[in-house]
Design a protein around this ligand. Structure first.
Ligand code: HEC
Ligand code: HEC
Length: 355
């Protein structure tokens, strides 16, 4: 992990031993010496805004994070104990599902949207494609209660967890010796794990930090220039989203009839607008768009270049044609691939752990 001095550690996210050991300054010795259940540090990379999440109410601790990780990987959360959060949010594919457009829940039931990634969630104001949920601590209730995802409820899950000595112990370790297995602690633990999914060590990040021995290739450089001109007004650096709702000219899917943001606000001006997704690790998070209609980045670039539909709320930013040449499209794709953060995608601290 190449965290350099230009990163400042502010408030609070987890830093596990692997990360700790690779820090190299005096500051890190202080971290290592921290009591086991002390608040761990969130790394706010240089140039990033302040996190949106208020960690004072739910500081991330090693034990809370570990409990959240266990719950995230536990199929016992679903009605028939077959589906876990990780069934649809796989680390290797940027915490999205692989290879299909719409998510599949229990009994193979098909949902109506493509999975969103959970990375850098501490910076997310509103969750879901339509921004319908504004707190990561209540978000899990949506997949848990959805009849086509987990078809379960806290009334089913909490008694199941209470039957396991393992969880009784883990909840106490995470939230104090009198802590119960209740909805609040359950949701806090899941939030701690999800908030810790931080990705900021792609080639792009390393080049921006001017790290020795890392440089963009010529196509990547050209791609970045085009990206900043044509894409960054919505997919804004450094998070690669402006966290706004936009319509990017996808032809309306008359089967799904998904109104997007208007589902929440009931306003015509929000019809067919969706949250701008981050493009970090986008190389691996196919399929693309809220309905997963595009299988690869070539199709996405084809869309922006040639198939923008003049929908009622099409963003004015996309009204001018892109006029990309074949080379331009390939260059933008080359740049997008520099957003892949292998270290994050393979970081063992996020894996399922047997204990
Ligand atoms: C059956 C597949 C499936 C399962 C199981 C599932 N999710 Fe999701 N998840 C999705 C889909 C699809 C979306 C996008 C939903 C939408 O926009 O309406 C999503 C969105 C999210 C988001 C919002 C991310 C953002 O930036 O807006 C979070 C957080 C999340 N899921 C966490 C979880 C957790 C925690 C669990 C387990 C309790 C879970 N998911 C289980 C499919 C799934
Ligand atoms: C007007 C704002 C806007 C501009 C400009 C824009 N996008 Fe998007 N982009 C969006 C929105 C909104 C979505 C989600 C749309 C949906 O699913 O309905 C999206 C989705 C994507 C996705 C799919 C990501 C995923 O995880 O599914 C990719 C890839 C993408 N855009 C790349 C680009 C590139 C490359 C450019 C420049 C050529 C660009 N975008 C320009 C708003 C924009």
């Amino acid at each position: 992990m190449k965290i350099k001095s230009n990163f400042i550690a502010v408030s609070c996210i987890l830093v596990t031993c692997t990360m700790l050991l690779s820090f190299s300054s005096r500051k890190d010795e202080a971290l290592l010496a921290a009591p086991p259940n002390d608040t761990l540090k969130l790394v706010v990379p240089k140039g990033w805004p302040k996190p949106v999440y208020d960690f004072t109410k739910n500081p991330i601790t090693r034990e809370g994070f570990e409990l959240g990780r266990k719950l995230f990987y536990d199929p016992v959360l679903s009605q028939d104990s077959t589906i876990s959060c990780s069934s649809c949010h796989l680390q290797y594919t940027n915490f999205t599902h692989v290879d299909h457009a719409l998510s599949h829940g229990i009994k193979g039931l098909k949902g109506t949207r493509n999975t969103l990634s959970i990375i850098n969630a501490a910076w997310t104001k509103n969750f879901m494609w339509d921004g319908g949920i504004n707190n990561i601590e209540v978000q899990p209730l949506a997949p848990i209660q959805s009849p086509v995802e987990m078809n379960s409820s806290l009334n089913i899950i909490l008694p199941r967890l209470n039957k396991q000595e393992y969880y009784k112990k883990k909840f106490k370790l995470a939230f104090g010796k009198d802590a119960e297995i209740n909805s609040q602690n359950f949701l806090k633990a899941l939030a701690q794990y999800m908030l810790s999914l931080q990705s900021f060590n792609s080639k792009y990040d390393q080049v921006m930090r001017k790290e020795a021995g890392v440089a963009f290739t010529e196509p990547e450089k050209r791609g970045l220039k085009l990206f900043r001109k044509k894409c960054a007004s919505c997919h804004a650096e450094p998070l690669f989203t402006n966290n706004e709702y936009e319509n990017n000219g996808l032809a309306v899917d008359t089967m799904l009839k998904d109104g997007g943001r208007a589902k929440i606000t009931h306003l015509v001006k929000d019809s067919l607008k969706f949250r701008v997704p981050s493009l970090r690790n986008v190389e691996l998070s196919y399929q693309y768009m809220h309905d997963g209609r595009y299988r690869n980045l070539q199709m996405v670039l084809f869309h922006y270049n040639h198939s923008i539909s003049n929908t009622i709320n099409l963003s004015p930013k996309l009204k001018e044609p892109m006029n990309f040449s074949e080379q331009d499209k390939n260059d933008v794709i080359a740049f997008l691939k520099t957003l892949t953060d292998e270290e994050f995608l393979h970081n063992p601290k996020y894996f399922y752990q047997k204990d």
